[in-house]
Design a binder for this molecule. Structure first.
Ligand SMILES: *Cc1c(COP(=O)(O)O)cnc(C)c1O
Length: 423
């Protein structure tokens, strides 16, 4: 595998960008390698600067559910560009996308468009605090909600694999109002609720945890969160930045039949452009300025090019429910290949898979929460990652991330990938 250009670009980038990357996981440090610089992508394949082509299972960490550069999305975006890139004024497309989101997820009666998942979650929490007049929030260890100050506590994703688990530069005061419970551990939530009683504004959760690898909610766990938040007068926020429009068109809330007060979205809804959203019940969202006292704004929010990419992506997903069936079947076959590999080589692989998300953990334990997730042998992950990469399969360069299957993965891609996984 020739990676001369990538190496060269990495050296140059490191001189002007911290670590040479604009988001830490991209640096490949968790797998002890240097990153590949990507120059283009089409369908299920990405191509690096040295013209190596890989079957891509990162999918830009979620947005590329249709595969890369879907012709219908690209054409619409090109058309939108010709009409101007940004106006800083309301547009028809913002209305159309907002309406599509509300229709897909009936728990969302009103929605605000922003630019990143980080911003969506930060704003949702501010709104929840404004609405309830309470200060504390409960989050789960290993759940990731973006990089805003108050949420970088026991966070997942990149924060799990850097040497400092939580971030420098965050004053203790900023995260003092963030309480940490354990995913799938009802008692840990109950204990905090009892201790803080009427001070908890919201419980925020990734309904399917996808930033500590993939960890599924135990039967009844989400329903339990729905009930306990209602009992204590707190809001329930589902962070569906990954699961929204991925588990199905209606997201995790539709899949599990549990409906939160507020939802955050990102990744897929921008169709590959920077776009995210937060929404919820009308009376909660009417706390937001200019109707209510909770301030939140954005120069590029609801950008016409980004909303175009989002609308086209959602349109295609909505028109093709069979896409979800196909992705799920493909993901299940990949999961089975990893299990088979485990039985053959190590006898210690545990695979979680739901819809088009999956993750293989290199452990002999059943992965059901944070502790069992981090029992994975990350050296073995790195080794298998390297093998896959050298054979043309691009997976997440870190254990505690998901593997994303897209609509563009063909029968042939999946068969080839299964064969390579098996070695
Ligand atoms: C990716 C992610 C975020 C942050 O979104 P950005 O667009 O990267 O800021 C928040 N929550 C979850 C669950 C995510 O997966």
């Amino acid at each position: 595998m020739n990676i001369k250009e990538s190496e060269e670009l990495f050296n140059l980038s490191q001189q002007v960008i911290p670590g040479g990357v604009n988001s830490p996981v991209r640096a490949f440090r968790a797998v002890g390698r240097n990153p590949l610089f990507i120059k283009r992508a089409q369908g299920s394949h990405i191509t690096d600067e040295d013209d190596n082509t890989y079957i891509d299972y990162v999918g830009s960490w979620g947005p590329a559910i249709l595969g890369h550069a879907h012709p219908q999305v690209i054409e619409s975006v090109q058309r939108a560009c010709r009409d101007g890139l940004t106006f800083g004024a309301p547009t028809r497309k913002e209305y159309l996308l907002a309406e599509m989101i509300c229709e897909a997820m009936p728990s969302i009666e009103k929605v605000r468009l922003v630019n990143s998942g980080t911003e969506a979650v930060m704003s949702a929490i501010r709104t929840a605090r404004g609405y309830t007049g309470r200060e504390y929030i409960i989050k789960f260890k290993g759940n990731y909600h973006g990089h805003s100050d108050g949420l970088l506590v026991k966070a997942g994703s990149g924060a799990l694999t850097t040497t400092v688990p939580d971030s420098g530069g965050v004053p203790a005061d900023y995260s003092r109002n963030t309480l940490i419970a354990l995913y799938n551990d009802r008692e840990s939530v109950h204990a905090l609720m009892e201790q803080y009683k009427d001070k908890v504004a919201a419980v925020i959760v990734e309904p399917v945890a996808a930033n500590m690898g993939v960890v599924l909610p135990e039967e009844g766990f989400l329903k339990f969160l729905r009930d306990i938040t209602q009992e204590y007068g707190s809001l329930l926020i589902f962070d569906e930045v990954i699961t929204g429009f991925r588990l199905g068109y209606g997201g995790a809330q539709e899949w599990y039949g549990v409906f939160p007060d507020m939802t955050t979205l990102g990744k897929i809804i921008g169709g590959g452009m920077p776009l995210a959203a937060y929404g919820g019940r009308k009376e909660i969202m009417d706390q937001v300025s200019p109707v209510g006292p909770v301030y939140q704004a954005g120069t590029l929010s609801g950008n016409p090019v980004a909303t175009t990419a989002g609308i086209e992506t959602l349109k295609l997903l909505k028109a093709h429910p069979e896409y979800y069936t196909q992705m799920e079947q493909h993901a299940a076959r990949l999961a089975e290949a990893f299990r088979k590999f485990g039985r053959r080589k190590h006898e210690k692989i545990y695979v979680n898979q739901i819809a088009s998300l999956l993750c293989a953990f290199y452990t002999d334990r059943e992965v059901v929460d944070y502790d069992t997730a981090v029992s994975s042998d990350v050296k073995e992950y790195a080794e298998h990652f390297g093998y896959l990469l050298e054979h043309g399969i691009y997976t997440a360069p870190a254990q505690f991330e998901a593997m994303f299957v897209s609509v563009a993965h063909t029968e042939e891609d999946i068969q080839k990938t299964c064969n390579i996984i098996l070695g």
